[in-house]
Design a protein around this ligand. Sequence first.
Ligand SMILES: [Zn+2]
Length: 371
Amino acid sequence: MTRRTALELLGMSATYTALVPGRAFAQAPAFTKGAIIRTLFKDYAPEDLAGGATLFHEHMSLAPDFMDKFRAASAAVRAMNAGPAGAGAAAGGRGPGGAPPRAGGPPPAATGPDPMRDVELMAEELATAKRDGVACIVDGGHPDMGRDLEFVRQASMKSGLPVVAGAGFYSQPYYPREISTMSESQIVEALIRQADEAPAGAFGEIGSWDEMTADERKVFRAVGKAHVATGLPIFTHTGIPGKAAIEQLDILEDAGVNPNRVTIGHLGNLVDPNVYVHKTICRRGAFVAFDRQGSNGDAQKVPLVMALLEAGFADRLLFSSDASRGYSKTLTVFLPKLKAAGVGDDVLHRIMVDNPRRFLAFVPRRPRKRL
Ligand SMILES: [Zn+2]
């Protein structure tokens, strides 16, 4: 798959966009007056980012021990679900001998120098994504994940690729110790402070790990309230395939969030041919995320996407790769598989270019911090 094919697939061949700027598609989305997409360096009118795909969930910076923690927390859940003598296997869990569930998080780093530890390499990763047709990218990290915001700013500046920063608290294994004693309103204040400071363009990724813990429920309610105060959209992380997806949406909605401001994450991991949970979320008006694309696992995700398209939910889908390098693989690897399965270019354009802007655009309720 060449870059040129990827661009053509998105209906954005360089020649065409040069000749027909602002090419209008049949279902060009309409945005609320005053809505913006908040990147690290400026607020964009959503129309200004129509020239390429937006990847709504990637990572440019994480703590060096992020993946170690991730594996340890996943192993602990597996051991717990397996129970004595692997009893959990009968209840849908997987014993230690079974395939490890991919609970979430970016894929393990490939060999070679890690772009997360070298800003020049990261800027190159972003520049490559830009050449491949990416117009904007969201960093789904925040302080408890060890995201270094200055590093992300530098990489965005050097590459010229606009980056939306996330804000929030990740999930129980990563929370700062004080979360358990903080009141809900103290967490709301902390979230608003983070969002103002960055400045952030979304709350995410906001996660739960297995069964939602009391702290995770408290954080979700606080995120819902921080959304009401700021207008920032919310994207989530679900654990052991799709677990707590509905509960996450319930809590956010209960806190006053319109579901169309929410993306429930990692649902490509939930392999259910009937796509019941996916459809429930779509019907309630939230976005369903397939955000681990571009590998062998795609084979089982394509039929899920097809089932959702068949059911008429193209406007509720978001794709990204949750990667820490090689960001454009959603475009260059995953899209061709959908195209081969019969998905039209116009639909892929809507999913990659229009849907993320519909999700990210918000009318700010607080002013952008002046530098
Ligand atoms: Zn992530």
